[in-house]
Write a protein that binds this ligand. Structure first.
Ligand code: AMP
Ligand code: ZN
Length: 469
């Protein structure tokens, strides 16, 4: 296995601290709003990373935090509390907001076949541990107290820019017009470990601490949860590329200052999904969610297919036109895999050609998770001369990583529909087939579109057209 390591900015052989075992930490969602499909792009690729490692024979221990503590609008400790803003708007308590969006996040993950990590850690369950960690840093002289907050002094940590490779003299904290810089910091990049005072809004979630009633900084939760759940040596730490300059940089500084040891071997970052404005945000512009895709008639798994067709280290520009194209390709693919759903695979041995195809698939994934190339092998399997039983085995194995539901698409279909509705759909399918035979494409497309509006997806297979709601 080879992986790109953001620390060295190169693709390197993957050698975990303990051979065969992988500890993997993934920064989880901030649950003050729905996840947008950009966030979910990162979670899809992380899911593929975990499943690829397993596919290659590693045992993976994966942890994800849930940021249910209120946090400020900017990564650099500035702005208003996002959770509180959301609670005020929705007339809920901050705890209700956090639970609601945590559930919504896992519902979206379920629809995208993203597996829940082995350990899910709520930030609010680790308050005592943050306090202990900050005291440890305090004892070692890495902190200072100013204006009611405990800060980490980055000048005490030698290697602060190891990950970001930024020049501190020119590095300016991203400055927004509505955000004032904190005059109490000794260095502009110093960050808060424990707040008792924030000049913005009132924090609703508060805990007692040696420094007064307050709440932890954001970066600390990932360091502490990772240490507590996965130990002092971490193999892979994941997140989106936006986390490199501040969040992950601060995590390294405080964790290694605390333990006195090198911490994470591989820093793995997924590139952004961008929209026509050049970025994707939860607070401005069109808010693209899984529910929005569904309301427009898309199957969430078409989005997964779309994402897997791009490499995780390349930016992906989202448009509904490109998603539409991906959905059509995905439908065609499911049409081709549908006949293999009912073929028994028990005891089937792979021929030389079958094994070669499997090796090619593994090889692409082991090459820094090249999912677009791995997907082409799926098509090679379908086109190849090997026996149908072998194809069924290979599709099943490959889908363990790709998780596109290739072999259960048809089984899952046609549920939750009344007899009348089913009869109507069948009638429309017959009309569409006639239109297609007469090369009346406009009518055929109109029928597909009309059914799609009703949430019915048509799947063209060699045996005819099936559908699912
Ligand atoms: P958040 O809930 O904002 O902390 O983000 C959750 C995850 O999504 C983090 O790993 C972010 O780095 C990642 N992320 C945020 N925006 C995007 C985007 N536009 N495309 C891909 N990943 C993103
Ligand atoms: Zn994190």
């Amino acid at each position: 296995m080879k992986l790109y390591n953001s620390l060295t900015r190169s693709v390197v052989p993957f050698e975990p601290w303990t051979p065969g075992e992988v500890s993997m930490y993934t920064c989880g969602p901030t649950v003050y709003n729905y996840a947008h499909i950009g966030n979910l792009r990162t979670y899809i690729h992380e899911d593929v990373l975990e499943k690829t490692l397993e596919f290659l024979g590693y045992t993976v221990h994966r942890v994800m935090n849930i940021t249910d503590v209120g946090h400020l609008e900017s990564d650099a400790d500035e702005g208003e509390d996002k959770m509180l803003l959301s609670a005020r708007k929705e007339r809920k308590t901050v705890w209700e907001v956090a639970q609601y969006y945590t559930d919504a996040f896992f519902e979206d993950c379920g629809k995208l076949n993203i597996r829940k990590p082995e350990v899910l850690a709520k930030a609010t369950d680790y308050i005592e541990d943050y306090i202990e960690f900050i005291r440890g840093l305090e004892e070692k002289g890495y902190t200072y107290f100013a204006n009611g907050n405990v800060y980490f002094d980055i000048s005490k940590f030698e290697d602060y820019t190891r990950l970001s490779k930024m020049d501190l003299d020119t590095l300016k904290i991203a400055h927004r017009e509505d955000v004032d810089e904190d005059a109490h910091k000794k260095n502009p990049q110093d960050f808060v470990l424990w707040f008792t005072k924030s000049k913005f809004g009132k924090q609703a979630m508060k805990w007692d601490s040696p420094w007064g009633v307050g709440y932890p900084g954001w970066h600390i939760e990932c360091s502490v949860i990772a240490l507590k759940t996965l130990g002092e040596r971490l193999d892979i730490h994941c997140g989106g590329v936006d986390h490199i300059p501040i969040h992950h940089t601060n995590e390294i500084a405080q964790t290694e200052s605390y333990t006195g040891k090198k911490w994470t071997k591989y820093w793995w970052h997924s590139e952004f999904l961008i929209d026509h404005t050049g970025k994707m945000s939860k607070s401005s512009g069109e808010f693209l969610t899984v529910s929005l895709l569904e309301s427009k008639g898309f199957d969430p798994l078409s989005y997964r297919y779309y994402v897997l067709n791009s490499h995780y280290r390349k930016q992906l520009a989202f448009s509904f036109e490109s998603l539409e194209m991906a959905e059509r390709a995905f439908e065609k693919l499911k049409g081709k895999t549908a006949p293999f759903t009912s073929i028994p695979t028990e005891g089937v041995e792979l021929s030389k050609k079958g094994s070669d195809l499997l090796e090619a698939f593994k090889g692409h994934l082991a090459d820094d998770l090249n999912t677009p190339n791995a997907m082409t092998v799926l098509y090679d399997v379908l086109k190849s001369e090997i026996k149908d039983e072998e194809k069924a085995v290979l599709l099943d194995k490959m889908d363990q990583v790709l998780s596109l539901g290739l072999l259960d698409a048809v089984e899952k279909s046609n549920t939750g529909v009344s007899e009348d509705e089913a009869a109507y759909i069948e009638e429309m399918i017959t009309m569409r087939s006639t239109a297609k035979k007469e090369k009346n494409w406009a009518v055929a497309d109109a029928i597909r579109y009309e059914l799609k509006e009703k949430g019915v997806e048509l799947i063209d297979t060699p045996e005819g057209t099936t559908w699912k709601k």
